[in-house]
Design a protein around this ligand. Structure first.
Ligand SMILES: *[C@@H]1O[C@H](CO)[C@@H](O)[C@H](O)[C@H]1NC(C)=O
Ligand SMILES: *[C@@H]1O[C@H](CO)[C@@H](O)[C@H](O)[C@H]1NC(C)=O
Ligand SMILES: *[C@@H]1O[C@H](CO)[C@@H](O)[C@H](O)[C@H]1NC(C)=O
Ligand SMILES: *[C@@H]1O[C@H](CO)[C@@H](O)[C@H](O)[C@H]1NC(C)=O
Ligand SMILES: *[C@@H]1O[C@H](CO)[C@@H](O)[C@H](O)[C@H]1NC(C)=O
Length: 195
């Protein structure tokens, strides 16, 4: 019995180390990233030129970081990269994503509601873009989020009270938009409010 267990553990260990075929979720990451690329219509610095649809492993793509354990995408970091375009709805499928850092680009249009599906997101930095429309209330669905920076966009509407549900939040930057209302919990001295 013990021996059998030992063998199966060994096999499981090898399975991990030699895993070549991406799991279904890692494949979802690839299609989400390709959708992200497709929604960017100007990339003068060719940052996304190595994002190749024939490549099943996105972990070496510019701006993409993966978990060493399961090869899921955990960071998408393309700040100040002269990207012009929209935020693809499909980014919601990057379910292991921890950092989404796209500040100082020319991203336009709305922040997709599906952002709330990024349950592992810790840092969201979309500052200094041209994002418009309201902050989706789904932003209140990200239990691990610690920093949100949406400064210097064209966001309007009311600041969603759902932000008050984010118990891990330590920094919220919303200045230089056309937002109305107050920041929920902003009287909490642990929360920085720079309006
Ligand atoms: C953006 O990149 C340019 C060119 O590399 C650099 O000069 C500039 O300081 C950067 N801006 C920010 C905000 O990082
Ligand atoms: C977002 O990015 C800008 C520019 O790199 C940086 O100054 C700012 O501190 C970032 N925001 C957060 C919350 O880390
Ligand atoms: C906010 O707007 C003011 C006035 O237009 C500008 O001076 C400042 O640099 C902006 N801040 C950011 C973070 O873009
Ligand atoms: C989130 O916040 C909203 C508005 O403050 C509240 O109505 C809702 O019940 C909260 N949801 C959870 C899951 O805490
Ligand atoms: C914020 O909290 C302090 C200390 O608890 C209190 O004196 C103050 O009235 C509160 N301000 C608001 C706007 O609630």
């Amino acid at each position: 019995m013990a021996r059998l267990l030992g063998v199966s553990l060994l096999v499981a260990g090898l399975g991990c180390a030699l895993l070549v075929a991406p799991s279904e979720s890692a494949a979802d990451d690839v299609s989400a990233l390709l959708a992200f690329k497709k929604a960017i219509f100007e990339d003068p610095l060719a940052k996304l030129s190595d994002w190749n649809s024939k490549d099943e492993n996105p972990c070496g793509w510019t701006g993409v970081g993966c978990s060493p354990f399961d090869s899921r995408v955990v960071t998408l970091e393309l700040a100040n990269s002269s990207l012009k375009g929209f935020l693809a709805l499909e980014i919601e499928s990057l379910s292991s994503l921890q950092k989404l850092i796209l500040d100082h680009n020319t991203l336009m249009g709305p922040i997709p509601k599906g952002i709330g599906k990024l349950r592992n997101l810790i840092m969201l930095n979309l500052s200094t873009n041209q994002l418009d429309g309201p902050i989706p209330i789904e932003i209140g669905d990200m239990p691990k989020i610690s920093k949100i920076d949406l400064r210097a966009n064209r966001l309007d509407g009311a600041i969603p009270p759902e932000i008050g549900n984010l118990t891990s939040l330590t920094e919220l930057q919303l200045s230089n938009n056309s937002l109305t209302g107050t920041i929920p919990g902003s009287n909490d001295s642990s929360m920085k409010e720079l309006k």
